[in-house]
Write a protein that binds this ligand. Structure first.
Ligand SMILES: [Zn+2]
Length: 322
């Protein structure tokens, strides 16, 4: 489904089957000599169909289409290999670009599984092969052109400035159009749902970084935020405050679950409240157990960073206590 959301800018809805995110919003910025596609959907047939039918309908010449990937997640980067042969440039940040290409290698996933086991998910028998990001990752590595904060991309009537917003992933970037006050945010700021802050290493400061980056966003003059999921936003300072409050409530919830006796990340995750159609932890699908533990870990690490939680390594398990 295509919707014109601004002169020369089209939103392409790509369905994400069996995924709570429901859809990805890709964007196509149409220019005379070249166009730009922002994000691509999972590497699965349903997403490919939605994406390529839209590009055809919009009469896009793939030889003149550059691609911009906001961040490494497979619902954004999954189909990027499809553009290797045709697109002059495929952009992303160096940090996420290297991780996107690592996703092709099984060893990368085995290393991530080790972190999962450290968090206590071994008893749930969660496997990396269950993860949607493994199943629907890109098919071959891409020779990315890396962008950093302050770089510019000119497309059609627009001149986009690259803004770096780490937190949701270590190297997420967005595109800011100062004159028209537009911002393509990827998953940095979303309406209705809260961007997941997962774990990239068990020593992460991702949540602290993320909260800091939300404050940076408030300083930009923006009329329209074009996010990668759900609704377009016109009041981003309000939403940034809501998301921050959500995380502070979450931090408090996690703090209240801490005991003197050390508990695994998985044990904390299982006790947190989740908006999911499952009666209890045992009914969570494997991938959701992984995401939930990542979310728990980022909040536990935040508390540890503030000196409010202790952590120890006991029997090859990472455990937190008061
Ligand atoms: Zn994401």
């Amino acid at each position: 489904m295509i919707e014109k959301v601004y002169p020369g800018i089209f939103q392409i809805k790509i369905k994400l089957p069996n995924n709570p995110l429901k859809e990805l919003n890709s964007y196509l910025i149409k220019g005379d000599d070249k166009s730009l596609l922002i994000d691509t959907g999972f590497n699965r047939e349903e997403c490919k169909e939605d994406l390529f039918e839209a590009l055809k309908e919009l009469d896009i010449d793939l030889d003149k289409l550059d691609v911009f990937i906001t961040h490494l997640h497979a619902d954004h980067s999954g189909n990027v290999s499809e553009f290797i042969k045709t697109s002059p440039k495929i952009y992303t940040s160096e940090t996420d670009g290297k991780m996107i290409n690592d996703m092709v290698i099984d060893q990368h996933w085995k290393d991530m599984e080790k972190d999962m086991l450290l968090c206590g998910l071994g008893i749930d028998n969660v496997k990396y092969t269950d993860h949607p990001a493994y199943k629907f990752r890109l098919s071959e590595p891409v020779d990315f052109t890396f962008l950093r904060e302050g770089d510019y991309l000119k497309v059609g009537a627009y001149n986009f400035k690259v803004i770096s917003t780490p937190g949701h992933t270590p190297g997420q970037i967005g595109l800011y159009e100062e004159e028209h006050k537009l911002y393509f945010s990827g998953d940095h700021i979303l309406d209705i749902i809260t961007p997941n802050i997962a774990f990239w290493s068990v020593e992460s400061e991702d949540l602290k970084t993320y909260i800091k980056e939300l404050d940076k966003m408030k300083e930009l003059e923006i009329d329209y935020i074009f996010p990668a999921h759900r609704n377009i936003m016109t009041d981003h300072p309000r939403r940034a405050i809501e998301i921050k409050e959500h995380h502070f409530e979450r931090i408090e919830e996690v703090y209240n679950l801490l005991k003197e006796e050390p508990q695994t990340v998985r044990d904390i995750a299982a006790k947190m409240t989740w908006r999911i159609r499952a009666n209890d932890w045992s009914e969570f699908p494997p991938a959701q157990k992984w995401f939930a533990s990542g979310e728990a870990l980022s909040h536990l690490e935040y508390l540890h960073g503030e000196g409010k939680a202790k952590k120890i390594l006991e029997d090859d398990l990472l455990k937190y206590s008061i």
